[in-house]
Write a protein that binds this ligand. Structure first.
Ligand SMILES: NC(=O)c1ccc[n+]([C@@H]2O[C@H](COP(=O)([O-])OP(=O)(O)OC[C@H]3O[C@@H](n4cnc5c(N)ncnc54)[C@H](O)[C@@H]3O)[C@@H](O)[C@H]2O)c1
Length: 252
């Protein structure tokens, strides 16, 4: 029996902003929303984002932005809003995951991780939420991680930043849902992207897979499917949730 189904959503009236959209999960999510008819604003620090956007079709557009830089985010958000008129759905996806033992974790790397993974989604949400709140509708989906709810060796800054993303998600969900904007998080296990496979290559990866009840890592399209569901009108009653996409790893 095959489970190769493809949920079909119609996002043809939606403008979707996705951070970290030049690669990995963000790129996959951009492709899925574009295929569902959305107009997509792809935001990434990599200049390759322009080419990725062009590859999706003429209606989409890429911007080079550092999500941890308040000025860069404000300028980019202004440009996105003046080109597309509004953003209905924001996927806060850009993230980094530098690893080191907690006792040796370089302070500068700690600061950068928190800046990109936690300050970043805060800045970008703050840039696009006012328009959503003014229109009385919107969706924000934040990429957390299984690392938000469990400890993982070497991941001290990453775990702290992703736990912070959940705290931020709860507060925004509480404050903004009464005005039509739901805010949720998704928390994958290792996903087969450059970031995921770099940290979990070889024997380390094999051992990790064996501890996941489904015995495998997640595929980017599986994260995309969950994000599209949370962005859809069917998910209007889901607010402040953290959807685990970890094959059951964190229930053990
Ligand atoms: N891959 C995994 O195993 C995994 C698991 C759980 C959660 N996540 C989360 O999913 C998200 C995406 O991960 P991925 O695996 O696709 O990563 P990736 O490294 O494949 O892609 C991340 C993208 O974000 C961009 N980016 C990084 N820093 C940025 C910044 N300061 N400003 C703008 N763009 C920036 C990169 O250029 C890149 O295009 C991250 O938030 C990550 O923490 C990933």
């Amino acid at each position: 029996m095959s489970f190769e189904t493809h949920a079909s959503y119609d996002f043809s009236h939606a403008v979707v902003a996705i951070t970290g959209a030049a690669a990995g999960i963000g790129r996959q999510v951009a492709e899925q929303f574009a295929a569902a008819g959305a107009t997509v604003a792809l935001l990434d620090r990599s200049p390759s984002v322009a080419e990725v956007a062009a590859g999706l079709g003429a209606t989409h557009r890429g911007w080079v932005v550092d999500v941890s830089d308040a000025e860069s985010v404000a300028t980019t958000a202004d440009e996105v809003l003046s080109l597309f008129g509004r953003v209905d759905i924001l996927v806060n996806n850009a993230g980094i995951g530098p690893l080191a033992p907690a006792e040796d974790f370089p302070l500068e790397t700690w600061d950068t991780t928190i800046a990109v993974n936690l300050r970043g989604p805060f800045l970008v949400a703050r840039a696009f939420a006012p328009g959503m709140l003014a229109r009385g509708q919107g969706r924000i989906i934040n990429l957390a991680s299984q690392a938000a709810v469990i400890g993982i060796e070497g991941h001290v800054a990453y775990c702290a930043s992703k736990a912070g993303v959940l705290g931020m998600t709860h507060c925004m969900a509480l404050e903004w849902a009464p005005r039509g904007v739901t805010v949720n998080a998704v928390s994958p296990t290792v996903v087969e992207t450059e970031l995921g496979l770099t940290g979990w290559a070889g024997e380390k990866g094999e051992r990790a897979r064996a501890t996941i009840p489904t015995r495998r890592f997640a595929k980017p399209a599986e994260i995309g499917a969950a994000i599209m569901y949370l962005a859809s009108s069917e998910a209007a009653m889901i607010n402040g949730a953290n959807l685990m996409i970890d094959g059951g790893y964190s229930i053990q």
